[in-house]
Design a protein around this ligand. Sequence first.
Ligand SMILES: Cc1cc2nc3c(=O)[nH]c(=O)nc-3n(C[C@H](O)[C@H](O)[C@H](O)COP(=O)(O)OP(=O)(O)OC[C@H]3O[C@@H](n4cnc5c(N)ncnc54)[C@H](O)[C@@H]3O)c2cc1C
Length: 451
Amino acid sequence: MNKTVTWGSFEIPVVDTYDVVIVGGGVSGSACGIRCAEEGLKTLIVDQMNILGGSATNALVCPMMPSYVRHLPILNLIEQELLQAGQATRDNYTTMLWFAPERLGEVYEKLFYERKGQVLYHTVLVGVVTEGRQLTHAILFATEGLIAVGAQSFVDASGDAVLARAAGVPVVSGDDEGINQVSSLRFTMGGIDVEKYRSFVLSLDDCFSPLVEGYFFESAMVAGRDFKLEPLFRKGVEAGILEEEDLRYYQIFSIPGKPGCMALNCPHIASMQKNTTSKARSKAIVEAHTRIRRLVTFLQTMMPGFENSYLMEVAPLLGVRESWRVQGCYLLTEEDYARQARFEDGLVRGDWYIDVHSNKKGLFHQNTYEKGDYYEIPWRSMVTSTVDNLGVIGRCISTTFLMQASIRIMPTVTDMGDVMGTACALAKASSTPLALLDGTVIRQHVEAGLA
Ligand SMILES: Cc1cc2nc3c(=O)[nH]c(=O)nc-3n(C[C@H](O)[C@H](O)[C@H](O)COP(=O)(O)OP(=O)(O)OC[C@H]3O[C@@H](n4cnc5c(N)ncnc54)[C@H](O)[C@@H]3O)c2cc1C
């Protein structure tokens, strides 16, 4: 092994070499890491934060959306760990899985480390070294400075396609005008009398919140859509506490294992039309901090049940629904959604609707499937014709803008991680770069794992 590698004008120490290096320990990257380690591969996950789970833990995104198709073993493993620990709940109405964000991160870490995986936290991918069509090293900014790690296979699970972009893979972002989906900065509040809040909401004859009893409760308000809470929010505007933009989207739900606490899936930051620069994201975060303070003040002063409440946590990571998407060997489209596409190399099944939080039109929802209907995501959407030993998983795989709004939910991206782990094991066993593997063979292995 070379002790250093040249990157531009830098000689960088190579600290270790792995079978697989995964950039991004979010929902897809953690699942991929667990599968790779399960297969006996020497696996490294690199993440800029200090808990696994990405958007689910650091952007406080919950729940896992309902899905009615067969899923793969790692998702089941994660769900069972959470349920057995009493750290997740189903609401008894849907198949959604709610969880306390940090407990999900602990489950990922436990499952990964039990299988001998390694994580580098607070470590950021800044570049790559290539030889021809192969990545040889990832260049990381770590606690000690710049370091390099080598691997046979590299996986981009960064959400923002940072590894693919560093490797020169073509990418696109946003819709036809480059406008991205709305981002949100989520937060949690404590000291809430949830039963009092639930009684108030139900007294309004609110039909969004059918959960009339039991621990779990969820409610919402979207302006102009006949939500029963809207008149109270309007009073907040009249009182000068809220501004009109605060009525765009409000959603709140209880958190397993945390009585008196609720998590908020807002504010929607529609002023950020394009989210692909640090400047734009930072401006959006500053705006969101102000809006969170307004929402907290409104709830404390005007919402029954919130009289003694307080702001607990603002997500340390901005909730980015969509940014860059790689241009891979197959572009999955909304036509594939409409025709419930099947592929010889179809590895993952998706059934969530095209759920665009649009900066232009508010929410955009395409027709939903019947339970059990699904489309397949082919292997070719997860590899590129630019770099042979690179796989891409999660919300940045090769899709159109609209189709990304379906594939992005957590059960689906978890399955992408699972199949990418299987592919990395095949790549090692056959000494074949990921993009040159036969997707139909990967499919046989994935299906054999379900038997
Ligand atoms: C506001 C919001 C609400 C949502 N609601 C739901 C919902 O209710 N249900 C649902 O199922 N889905 C929901 N989603 C979608 C879902 O959460 C995401 O699509 C999914 O988590 C994406 O997984 P991922 O693995 O692709 O990326 P992520 O989980 O975001 O992980 C990416 C990881 O890469 C790391 N990273 C990025 N760049 C670097 C770098 N240069 N170096 C090192 N590490 C890096 C990040 O720290 C992060 O950990 C929501 C998303 C958002 C933003």
